[in-house]
Design a protein around this ligand. Structure first.
Ligand code: APR
Length: 386
């Protein structure tokens, strides 16, 4: 089989949020790159996950003149809706920082990222699985044996991707944390009743989030050992109504369900030679923090700036600092994600982690409604500006 050797300044592995955002940011700055994605376009465009782009990520698109074409979307609501033991508790966020956030389902963001990248002449190849090889000039090997070398490889290939595997054993440490429970994640084809609602209840946490005019997502805390077969549709609706303590007005049809164990992970450092990790390839946060997509966008923002500095000024300082810069932020968000996740789960079911944790979580939750300082801190985390 013939082996084609090619070279690009930046080779991006993976066309998820991090890879596509990085590709667009680089193209905007005139830095040539290729994005290689193992799945087909249809699969990538349909993948349903997050729904809110935070202020910091919105600004990353705005400063490159890409906000209208890529983010669009409506402003996020100015607070968080809770139902605590069946009582509505609306938390107005006092700080204005979060207001630039945008409600934009991930598949809409991904479709826009692909459209703009291709309109601008970007090189995006679907159905292209690669392996990554370390070296003085790192490179990727395509399925047909062809090789593409890069000054840099951006590993945007998620937590099971090929880039991590190319970093020699012992050069990177994996820090992980299991929360000890899972979420049953349910997608329906019905419009949402409210944009965001989180139920704190003794049977466990539940949430309802809008995902566009004709889609809603529901979440139910459940034990780690549960399977989808344990959750027939009727049980899901009945459990949601129990935890929300009210009927679900617009049920619609359940079109997808799955179980996600809640966990966090950080790989440290996020760089090795010319190989740099972005997004889920470097860190996982639990979905309860709504930060997975945003951290991926923050990574792309910081890495793109580092590459611009390198190619324009022959200055490696931002590249060399990439891992430290991002890890500082990532650990900060892990702290927030851990606190928020523990609080909304422990405040509900005392059986989860015991009566002591339950009472601590109730106090933490109450403080959000009584202390401007606690509220401001939460607002800043939600905005992505901590
Ligand atoms: N070759 C090419 N592509 C690959 C390879 C490979 N060897 N391995 C994985 N990929 C592709 C996957 O098919 C996937 O499309 O990399 C992409 C990784 O995308 P995501 O998993 O979405 O990762 P990321 O872009 O970091 O996502 C960031 O957005 O909604 C969230 O849950 C998501 O938290 C995550 C965040």
């Amino acid at each position: 089989m013939p082996t084609e050797e090619a070279s690009k300044p930046v080779v991006i592995v993976g066309a998820g949020v991090s890879g596509l955002a990085l590709g667009n940011f680089l193209l905007r700055e005139g830095i040539d790159c290729v994005v290689l994605e193992r799945r087909d376009r249809d699969h990538v465009e349909r993948r349903q996950r997050a729904g809110v782009i935070d202020t910091r990520a919105t600004r990353a698109f705005r400063k490159r003149g890409l906000e209208d074409r890529i983010v669009g979307g409506s402003p996020v609501q100015a607070g968080l809706g809770f139902r605590v033991d069946g009582q509505d508790r609306w938390l107005d966020l006092v700080a204005d920082e979060h207001r630039e956030g945008r409600f934009c389902p991930q598949q809409v963001l991904v479709r826009n990222l692909i459209t703009v990248f291709e309109q601008e002449g970007g090189d995006l190849r679907f159905g292209t699985e690669v392996t990554v090889e370390d070296g003085e000039r790192p490179r990727v090997r395509l399925g047909d044996g062809a090789i593409i070398e890069g000054d840099f490889i951006a590993g945007c290939d998620g937590s099971h991707g090929a880039t991590r595997a190319a970093i020699p054993e012992g050069r990177i440490t994996r820090h992980s944390h299991e929360f000890g429970y899972a979420w049953l994640v349910v997608l329906t084809d019905a419009p949402p009743t409210r944009q965001t609602l989180m139920a704190i209840h003794s049977r466990g946490f539940a949430a309802a989030f809008a995902r566009g005019p004709e889609a809603s997502r529901f979440y139910l805390q459940c034990p780690l050992g549960d399977t989808v077969a344990d959750w027939p549709d009727e049980r899901i609706w009945s459990e949601l109504e129990t935890r929300f303590c009210e009927p679900i007005a617009t049920k619609g049809t359940i079109v997808e369900k799955g179980l996600v164990p809640l966990r966090s992970e950080v790989l440290s450092p996020m760089s090795h030679g010319g190989i740099h990790l972005l997004g889920d390839a470097a860190h996982i946060v639990p979905p309860s923090s709504a930060k997975g997509m945003n951290l991926a966008l923050h990574d792309a923002d910081v890495f793109a700036e580092a590459l611009v500095r390198y190619y324009e000024k022959d200055d490696r300082s931002l590249l060399d600092a990439y891992s430290d810069t991002r890890l500082r932020d990532v650990w900060n968000y892990q702290a927030f994600a851990t606190w928020f996740t523990d609080t909304v789960h422990d405040a509900g079911d005392p059986g989860c982690r015991g009566e002591f944790r339950h009472r601590v979580a109730r106090a933490d939750l109450a403080r959000l409604f009584t202390s401007d300082t606690a509220n401001r801190l939460l607002s800043e985390f939600i905005a992505g500006l901590n």
